[in-house]
Design a protein around this ligand. Structure first.
Ligand SMILES: [Zn+2]
Ligand SMILES: [Zn+2]
Length: 324
């Protein structure tokens, strides 16, 4: 029953985005859209993703609740549900068990289907590190009553500015944010560049990085999940990272996890190998591929992945034949 209500509400909001053509447009409304889209994107990326799922930094209980509330207002269910699924995405990335992989379950299911009605992965195991460790009553409450923040936002928008504010301050940004988030699961596992030869199909994509507050540097992120930044270089725009840095500057965030020097070294090596291959052609790719970095075994919470369970870096095609 609850699932049916959730599906109806989801599609009602999606279709209602067409009301954007029915209410007057002003530049102020575009500003309202931007605030509602990007502020809630930060709630998801900074809090649900980088804090709850990856523990990329620490923050106090009050800031955590504020960000978790903002993230929950995105209408993407509760923080523990969201982050718990995300941990499983990394654990099984693009293999059976991944809740949303276009390679495993097709594009529609990886984009929307898994979120609306997932018969196989919806229940998260009690040993999931997110469920196991974040037991604060205010977070558990938010996770359970996840419909409260979006409902409060919708009502507030309507009370302030009627239908126009409801459409530009809630409906349209909720829809754009849903697809910006879901695109990380689909677009970023299909289209873009691969700086690191990870086991999964993750890719870096500047457009999704812009729309999803930095999350589009997804190949970087799959290579080293623990870092507080997903854009590994200054030119890789990452709104979430700038926000974490600002919080750190005023003492609201600490234990901010950096990208280790060895990961940058690996990126340089991969880059060098690629340019050499481009110059010398495929004939030399076998020996070059042998220099792909050692498998990374402890780049996430040690408790999530058993060290030694599997290599985190895909063997380059030539490597396998060279060693055979
Ligand atoms: Zn991914
Ligand atoms: Zn992640």
């Amino acid at each position: 029953m609850l699932t049916i209500i959730a599906i109806v509400v989801f599609w009602t909001v999606q279709v209602s985005a067409l009301l954007a053509f029915a209410v007057p447009f002003t530049w102020a409304m575009l500003g309202l859209w931007a605030v509602s889209h990007f502020l809630r994107a930060l709630g998801l990326t900074l809090c649900f993703h980088r804090y709850f799922a990856h523990r990329a930094f620490q923050m106090g209980r009050a800031s955590r609740f504020v960000w978790a509330f903002i993230g929950t207002a995105a209408m993407q269910k509760g923080p523990l549900w969201w982050a718990g699924h995300h941990v499983n995405h990394h654990k099984y990335a693009d293999r059976d068990g991944d809740p949303h992989s276009p390679a495993v379950s097709g594009i529609y299911y990886a984009h929307i289907g898994w979120f609306l009605n997932d018969a196989r992965h919806d229940r998260i195991e009690a040993t999931n590190p997110v469920i196991r460790d974040f037991t604060g009553p205010e977070i558990v409450w938010l996770d359970r009553y996840f419909f409260v923040p979006p409902l409060a936002l919708a009502i507030t928008m309507y009370l302030i500015g009627g239908l126009q504010w409801l459409v530009w301050g809630f409906i349209v940004p909720t829809v754009t944010l849903a697809h910006a988030t879901f695109a990380i699961n689909t677009v970023n596992h299909m289209f873009g560049s691969r700086r690191f030869a990870t086991l999964d199909d993750s890719r870096n994509n500047a457009f999704t990085a812009l729309m999803a507050a930095g999350e589009g540097w997804h190949n970087n992120h799959h290579r080293y999940q623990r870092a507080a930044r997903n854009g590994f270089y200054w030119w890789e725009v990452d709104l979430t990272w700038y926000t974490i840095r600002a919080m750190q500057a005023v003492g609201l965030a600490w234990d901010v996890q950096p990208v280790p020097a060895r990961i940058y070294a690996e990126a340089r090596m991969q880059n060098r190998d690629e340019s050499r291959r481009a110059i010398m052609g495929r004939a030399s790719s076998r020996s070059e591929a042998a220099s792909v970095a050692e498998p990374e075994l402890v780049d996430t919470l040690g408790r999530v992945f058993e060290p030694g369970a599997e290599p985190r870096v895909r063997e380059a095609a030539g490597h396998r034949s060279a060693s055979a």
